[in-house]
Design a binder for this molecule. Structure first.
Ligand SMILES: Cc1cc2nc3c(=O)[nH]c(=O)nc-3n(C[C@H](O)[C@H](O)[C@H](O)COP(=O)(O)OP(=O)(O)OC[C@H]3O[C@@H](n4cnc5c(N)ncnc54)[C@H](O)[C@@H]3O)c2cc1C
Length: 479
């Protein structure tokens, strides 16, 4: 007879493994199926290893400016193998950490590729094709291929790189984020297709280590989901670092040459251009892993690749739930984790708020960092509300100057009538750590008045958050 569970989760990324832990905490008999790496894309090929690479780039950047801090740094350079090794080591550490957490929480790990055979049953087969060679072997006590039953099934199978027809990654000259993370040699020149978070982070990393970088973006604005003023600031800073941009430009095809690539680009005015490079990084978004899962057979509704769910992660088939990237945008680890908790608590019969997508922060860890939550100024205006906008530049903040980080901006947007914080947008040093203050404020439905009467420690970058709020009401102090 098939092993039977209260809950089976397919996919052990940040969505899946968090769901498993919360389910175990709530006393559900739980199993999680994974086909190649515990901790998913996030820890193995996404959030964490990129931040490790970017940290190396940041420190290298500081070493280049040692003189500005009154320091002497001589004979330093880049050991690319060492940079990659550090990043891969951290990824492996995260993977092992999830293995430990599954054991601690007594969650059964089933190793292999799962397919739903009904709304309450899955079949697991040995993994057919691995994306990249996993670094960490499966847990020793993992269960194997077979049939498993559950009262509830959560699909948390994530996403993979989106591929444009004719510009298929070849693992050599045309890279996805997988190859971009483990370069065997430093490309001298790089073309990055797409200026979303992934493209901007790799562009930033490679430029810091010395590559010539050109970013090609289809839309008029780089970082298309961010506030236009913040995106313009980032563009200027990237250009100052020597990064070139082509906007409203479409890569029509990529020609492979003896040593590299030539991107054939079509511009808005109908003209054509060619950009040559050693390598091209395709960073044009991700695509949900919703195929070959038996979802059609079970009758689960899918829209443009994403499993259709309500704000509690329910699909149209009772007992089948979906979370994370496979359930649609925003494709972010913290969204996956939050959905995991909502779904599991709903299964356990707890009363829980549904996901409010307006309050999901977004961060890009390039140099300079970008962080935001809520509506952009343009989107806030589109709602027809009267708004108040506050701005505070890094140059007015003592801590920013002391850190040697005088460039950046904190921008806040309020409903003029109610004082509701509609959006917060930041660019500059450490803003990815600061944004959470505004996320909490939004979650607690804080008004401008309460924010103005909150004491922020001095000297900190966070003081700029308060100053930005004050500025929205004509009361900024240090400007
Ligand atoms: C380069 C890069 C950088 C990123 N940086 C950030 C960042 O800084 N912050 C952020 O919030 N997000 C970031 N992301 C996005 C983040 O990684 C994803 O949003 C997150 O991993 C989604 O989690 P998930 O659990 O939905 O899926 P995943 O992490 O993709 O995990 C899904 C798991 O399911 C497994 N699986 C799939 N199909 C099956 C099957 N049939 N049977 C068994 N197992 C299966 C896969 O092997 C995988 O391990 C980044 C992504 C990339 C690529």
């Amino acid at each position: 007879m098939a092993d039977s569970y209260d809950l089976i989760i397919i996919g052990a990324g940040p969505g899946g493994y968090v769901a498993a832990i919360r389910a175990a905490q709530l006393g559900l008999k739980t199993a999680i199926v994974e086909r190649e790496h515990l901790a998913g894309i996030c820890s193995n090929w996404g959030c964490i290893p990129t931040k490790a690479l970017l940290r190396s780039a940041e420190i290298y950047g500081h070493m280049n400016h040692a003189k500005d801090y009154g320091l002497v740094a001589e004979k330093f350079g880049v050991d690319l193998d060492g940079v990659v090794k550090r990043s891969r080591g951290i990824a492996a550490q995260m993977n092992n950490g999830v293995q430990f957490l599954m054991k601690k929480n007594k969650v059964d790990v089933i190793w292999g590729e799962a397919v739903l055979t009904s709304a309450t049953e899955i079949k697991v087969a040995p993994t057919a094709k691995k994306i990249m060679q996993p670094q960490v072997p499966p847990p020793k006590n993992a269960l194997g291929a077979g049939t498993y039953k559950a009262k509830n099934i959560i699909v948390a199978t994530g996403a993979r790189p989106r591929v444009l027809p004719g510009i298929e990654p070849d693992g050599d000259r045309i890279w996805t984020y997988f190859e971009s993370m483990v370069p065997a040699a430093m490309p001298k020149s790089l073309v990055v297709m797409g200026s979303g978070a992934i493209g901007m982070e790799f562009a930033s990393f490679y430029r810091s280590l010395g590559a010539e970088v050109t970013i090609i973006e289809l839309l008029p604005q780089i970082l298309p989901v961010e506030d236009a003023e913040i995106a313009a600031h980032v563009k200027k800073r990237f250009e100052k670092r020597g990064i070139k941009f082509m906007t409203e430009a479409k890569v029509a095809r990529v020609e492979k040459t003896k040593d590299g690539i030539i991107a054939h680009v079509e511009l808005k005015d109908g003209s054509k251009a060619q950009v040559a490079g050693d390598r091209l990084i395709s960073a044009v978004g991700v695509q949900c892993n919703s195929e070959n899962l038996g979802l059609e057979k079970v009758g689960v509704k899918i829209d443009r690749g994403a499993i259709v769910v309500d704000d509690h992660g329910r699909t149209n088939v009772p007992g089948v739930w979906a979370i994370g990237d496979v359930a649609g945008p925003p494709m972010l680890a913290h969204k996956a984790e939050h959905e995991a908790v909502i779904v599991v608590e709903t299964i356990a019969g707890l009363k829980v708020h549904g996901l409010d997508k307006r309050k999901i922060p977004g961060c890009t860890y390039c140099e300079p960092q970008v962080a935001s939550v809520g509506l952009t100024e343009a989107k806030a205006k589109e709602t027809g509300r009267e708004i108040k906008v506050g701005r505070f530049p890094f140059i007015g903040n003592g801590k920013a100057i002391a850190l040697g980080e005088p460039e950046g901006l904190v921008k806040t947007i309020f409903d003029a009538k109610t004082g509701e914080l509609l959006g917060a947008h930041m660019v500059g040093a450490e803003v990815t750590e600061l944004i959470q203050g505004f996320v909490i404020a939004m979650n607690l439905e804080t008004t401008e008045e309460e924010l103005m009467h909150t004491i922020f420690p001095h000297p900190t970058l966070s003081e700029m958050m308060k100053e930005s709020v004050l500025d929205a009401y004509g009361r900024a102090l240090n400007m």
